[in-house]
Design a binder for this molecule. Structure first.
Ligand SMILES: [Zn+2]
Length: 438
């Protein structure tokens, strides 16, 4: 059945188009499609591998990638030589620590072509850029193999959560994404809504198109949930990505949109690689395709399948913790993160240098049901500014409660807002460190 959606705002693009085979299109597209489907199937199977098998797989891929980088990627040849590392030094996964770290400034200060493997034509690459919301934007170049590995990494997470090829997906973003080969053949039909539209427009489309799958950032889902009536046909699968999914928003989205969102974590540089399953016991890491390390709680990631523009031991600036139990009732054996705290800048730094992430504040502020929304801003080393959507009395009580429970004293000021301003396309951060960013 073709998906038809009325244009109600900035754009609403029906993606289930009649199949039209162009000359020269069919063979490459079919081959690419087969490789994508095979990649997804392989990924789903490896979710339940025993750790020995996973480690052998990781070592094999990483050994090959190191040789590839040293011999074919100009940046890594210099980078390895500067740090006196050679791929022959990598004899087991224990040698991982000897591989030089890739910092964001390396990507920002070198032209993207410096990271491209020899033989990859920049003209045939798709350029994707980070938002730069927490620093300078940077660009990644992906040729066909790179685009496919990103696609497999993202779609694998959908299938891990019960996605079907016939599901209609609605995604809300600033700009619409590419139309994949499968979609040109009528599989995984997808339509896009613009962030520039109003939440009321989104609701109208939700009611008319009844998508089985809804994908958006956490603050977008919250804005949708706030104005949505009870949906007669709620989405079976809701994916929340790009931003921290705070517990209050998770509860609101679950109640109004009829399904608990699946929180997904990833980066533009390496695609998505940490995700919840239906049990919501933490984040499974896609360790068959992404080697995840935590260095002082900071996520360092290697994309094992990205050879066009390899990303090796990339320091992400995002904090996380491994799960103590390491097990999820779903039976998947992939290493489990108990939580992803988000960016270091999404935290408060105490005078001693200790860092407090948003869960600390959530646990205290969740005790005030009159509080509709909040944002905590650290503008100086010694003070916090609380923006609170509540009445003045509750705001004063919150400030006192925080002052009592902060491990170290900070000056606290409050500002009450009836409604939080929304900034189209800008990520919402409940905890924001503005000091030391200049
Ligand atoms: Zn699970």
């Amino acid at each position: 059945m073709p998906l038809t959606i009325q244009k109600v705002g900035q754009f609403a693009v029906p993606c289930l188009k009649p199949i039209k085979l162009e000359s020269g299109f069919a063979l490459g597209t079919i081959t690419n499609g087969i490789k994508t489907v095979w990649g997804i199937r392989s990924a789903l199977a490896s979710s339940r591998w025993q750790s020995d098998k996973l480690h052998v797989h990781q070592f094999r891929l990483l050994s090959s990638l190191l040789n590839h980088c040293y011999n074919r990627v100009p940046f890594y040849k210099r980078h390895f030589d500067q740090h006196r590392f050679h791929p022959v030094d990598f004899r087991s996964l224990a040698d991982l620590v000897h591989i030089p770290i890739l910092e964001k400034h390396h990507l920002q200060n070198s032209p993207p072509t410096d990271f491209l493997a020899s033989g990859i034509d920049p003209a045939g690459c798709r350029k994707i850029a980070t938002s730069g919301s927490s620093g300078n934007p940077l660009s990644i170049l992906l040729h066909e193999n790179g685009r496919r590995s990103h696609r497999i990494a993202a779609w694998r997470i959908l299938f891990e959560n019960g996605f079907r090829w016939t599901d209609q997906t609605l995604e809300i973003r600033m700009t619409s994404g590419p139309v994949y080969s499968a979609q040109r053949f009528g599989l995984a039909p997808k339509s896009w809504l613009s962030l520039k539209d109003t939440p009321a427009n989104w609701v109208q489309v939700m009611l008319s198109s009844r998508p089985e799958v809804l994908v958006a950032g956490a603050s977008t889902l919250r804005a949708l949930a706030e104005v949505s009536p009870t949906l007669p046909s709620p989405p079976r699968l809701i994916i929340s990505d790009s931003e921290t999914l705070y517990p209050a928003d998770r509860a609101l989205i679950s109640e109004r949109l009829g399904s608990e969102p699946i929180d997904v974590f990833g980066l533009v540089e390496v695609s998505n690689f940490a995700w919840e399953c239906r049990h919501h016991k933490g984040f499974h890491t896609s360790s068959d395709s992404h080697l995840v390390e935590l260095l002082n709680n900071e996520i360092v990631v290697t994309h094992l399948d990205q050879t066009d523009m390899p990303i090796l031991r990339y320091r992400t600036g995002d904090a996380a913790e491994w799960s103590n139990s390491g097990h999820c009732p779903c039976g998947r054996t992939l290493p489990l993160l108990s939580r992803v705290d988000g960016r270091t800048l999404d935290s408060v730094e105490l005078p001693s240098g200790r860092t407090l992430f948003w869960p600390f504040f959530h646990e205290i502020l969740a005790q005030f049901p009159q509080l509709r929304q909040w944002c905590i801003i650290q503008s100086t080393n010694r003070s916090l500014r609380l923006q609170l959507a509540t009445d003045p009395t509750t705001a004063a009580n919150i400030a006192q409660s925080l002052a009592d429970q902060l491990p170290e004293p900070l000056e606290i000021s409050t500002e009450t807002l009836a409604v939080f301003p929304t900034h189209t396309g800008k990520k919402f951060r409940a905890v924001l460190r503005e000091v030391n960013q200049q």
